[in-house]
Design a protein around this ligand. Structure first.
Ligand code: CO
Length: 208
């Protein structure tokens, strides 16, 4: 596709939005009040708002390779801080996806240059769940399972943060772990037991 086509598409989109609601852009201009923070993979096939059926203004988004929540990643941590303490989102979603290139790369033991420290966080997830993963014979199934376990661990990383622990106590903020299946288009809820996780990890990670 020619890059100029994007501006034609944009013009069509503007006209379509105005036709649906004459005040659409006036409303957008007033500010954002999203209920959800979405932390997902940068993968071009996972169109966050589109698969969730949400409109502009309804989803605060952070994306990186393999939907990671890394405690010393200033970018990600700033997004979490702003979304929870300032925008007061009600839900935080970590959304992984099957066929994730970042997860695949972490499963291969080789030097990936500047990607190494990032992938090492995923390799840590593998190490934590090595027994379960190594017991899975099919490589495809093991790959799928690591995608799920990675989402679970990133939810735990979220729950370690002061922002999440405080907002959970004060106003019932919830953390959700999902996986997008691009073969079917469906979202799978991993049903992370938030209350159980927070109880379990507070012995070590509590901040109040
Ligand atoms: Co991915």
């Amino acid at each position: 596709m020619d890059i100029d086509q994007i501006f034609n598409n944009n013009e069509k989109w503007v006209q379509q939005k105005i036709a649906e609601n004459a005040f659409f852009f006036d409303e957008l201009n007033k500010g954002q009040f999203p209920d959800y923070l979405y932390i997902g993979c940068s993968d071009s096939r996972v169109a966050a708002e589109e698969i969730m059926g949400l409109a502009p203004g309804e989803l605060f988004v952070h994306r990186n390779i393999a939907n990671m929540v890394v405690g010393i990643d200033l970018n990600g941590m700033s997004v979490i801080k702003y979304a929870i303490d300032h925008l007061k989102v009600k839900h935080v979603i970590v959304c992984g996806h099957y066929q994730c290139g970042g997860i695949k790369a972490a499963m291969i033991s080789q030097d990936m240059g500047i990607l190494n420290p990032w992938l090492r966080n995923i390799r840590d997830v593998y190490r934590l769940h090595k027994e379960e993963l190594n017991a899975i014979i099919s490589e495809d199934d093991r790959y799928d399972r690591l995608v799920e376990l990675n989402v679970q661990e990133q939810c735990i990383n979220l729950i370690k943060t002061a922002e999440v622990q405080r907002a959970y106590k004060e106003r019932g903020l919830l953390v959700h772990g999902w996986v997008f299946n691009m073969k079917t288009g469906k979202l799978k809820d991993l049903k992370i037991d938030f209350g159980h996780v927070i109880k379990n990890i507070r012995e070590i990670y509590r901040i109040d």
